[in-house]
Design a protein around this ligand. Structure first.
Ligand SMILES: Cc1cc2nc3c(=O)[nH]c(=O)nc-3n(C[C@H](O)[C@H](O)[C@H](O)COP(=O)(O)OP(=O)(O)OC[C@H]3O[C@@H](n4cnc5c(N)ncnc54)[C@H](O)[C@@H]3O)c2cc1C
Length: 339
């Protein structure tokens, strides 16, 4: 493993913004990972772990050691006649891993097809789409404790998953690097979920009545490709903001003023689609300089010209937050990690 200096991160983040890593190392196994983290500790360098770079925004150079996680490998263990445990190392690409499980006819992850990024990152924000979150199939993950240099196994309960949330973003932030994740998947009698988003409509378009897990995955891929910009073509990090939850009373007040406002009630709270708020605050498709809100999905901020800096994207997101706050009194929270 080589520790390189002054490396451009432009090709390592899906926004495609320029930023430099003072030090940069790619690690392929635990031994290299431990060596790199020790090197940083001895030299008092900050560390940034990098997966696919699809959920971060560099607003400045990184004055420390960037560790690109390239640990690879998938293993399986039959659990019972209906279930299998499948484990993947942190550097496996998420979508390729999902396709691997589908090629074996293992069910559970099909609705999470085509989400960018790596397996090791999926627990951090409990990735989710189309009615499924990884917590629904997560068994445990192995993580290197950066204080003790020991590998620990964290259970579903330990990880305290919430909506785009886990301990890795809260109480254990900066404490671990995840090196492997294990899922419990079905080998037969799959639980097919088609009631979310446009899945059932897409399946109808494909002429499919009783879909297999592979066909659900195909429908999800088609929908995602039709409405989300491909980061390989237009720089973006998917949804830039989380969907805010507001108290029911506040939602009812807003409903009186904005009768068409959308919301999904959950007890005394209502989740409001951030995309709706941004679109109705007039941002959909709007471009300022090199940055825009995507014309098909207002929640996605794009590097419209390919020349945007991270700072420009950040400032654009601040303008959206201010404008939504002014119109609806709701404070949007960024989903993307800002560096
Ligand atoms: C077009 C597009 C669509 C998207 N759609 C969705 C979606 O539907 N649902 C969804 O939930 N997300 C979505 N995302 C967001 C993104 O795909 C996920 O958050 C993904 O898990 C990020 O993985 P990554 O490897 O690219 O993370 P990175 O961007 O590399 O890292 C994100 C953060 O995690 C830290 N990190 C990375 N790896 C590890 C590790 N092994 N251990 C500890 N910390 C680590 C990094 O330091 C950083 O802070 C989308 C993004 C894009 C670009």
């Amino acid at each position: 493993m080589k520790i390189q200096e002054n490396i451009s991160l432009k090709n390592y983040n899906t926004f495609g913004v320029e930023a430099k890593a003072h030090y940069f190392a790619e690690v392929h196994d635990l031994h290299e990972l431990k060596y790199a983290t020790k090197f940083a500790k001895i030299n008092h360098f900050k560390i940034l772990f990098l997966g696919g770079g699809s959920n971060l925004l560099f607003t400045q150079d990184f004055d420390g050691l960037v560790i690109k996680l390239n640990l690879k490998g998938i293993s399986e263990e039959i659990l019972d006649e209906n279930h299998v445990l499948v484990s993947a190392k942190a550097g496996e690409n998420w979508h390729e891993f999902v396709l691997f499980t589908l090629s074996k006819n293992y069910g559970g992850l099909e609705n999470l097809s085509l989400i960018p990024g790596n397996v090791g990152t999926c627990p951090i924000q409990n990735i989710g789409a189309y009615g499924t979150e990884i917590k629904d199939h997560f068994v445990s993950c192995k993580a290197l404790n950066l204080e003790t240099s020991e590998i620990e196994e964290l259970s579903l309960e330990d990880c305290k998953f919430g909506y785009r949330d886990s301990i890795f973003k809260t109480s254990a932030k900066g404490k671990y690097v995840i090196v492997e994740v294990t899922f419990k998947l079905t080998t037969q009698n799959h639980h097919i979920k088609t009631e979310y988003g446009a899945i059932s409509t897409e399946l109808k378009n494909l002429g499919i009545e009783n879909p297999t897990i592979q066909e659900v995955s195909k429908a999800v891929i088609n929908i995602r490709q039709s409405k989300l910009p491909n980061p390989a073509e237009i720089g973006n990090a998917g949804s830039f903001f989380k969907n805010p939850s507001i108290p029911l009373a506040q939602f009812e007040n807003l409903k009186e003023k904005f009768s068409e406002i959308q919301g999904y009630a959950n007890g005394d709270w209502v989740k409001v689609p951030a995309g709706w708020l941004i679109e109705n605050a007039g941002w959909k498709g709007k471009q300022i300089g090199n940055v825009a809100s995507h014309k098909l999905q207002a929640l996605v901020i794009i590097n419209a010209t390919g020349n945007a800096s991270g700072k420009e994207i950040y400032d654009f997101s601040t303008q959206i937050i201010d404008s939504v706050k002014e119109k609806y009194g709701i404070e949007l929270e960024r989903e993307v990690n800002i560096l």
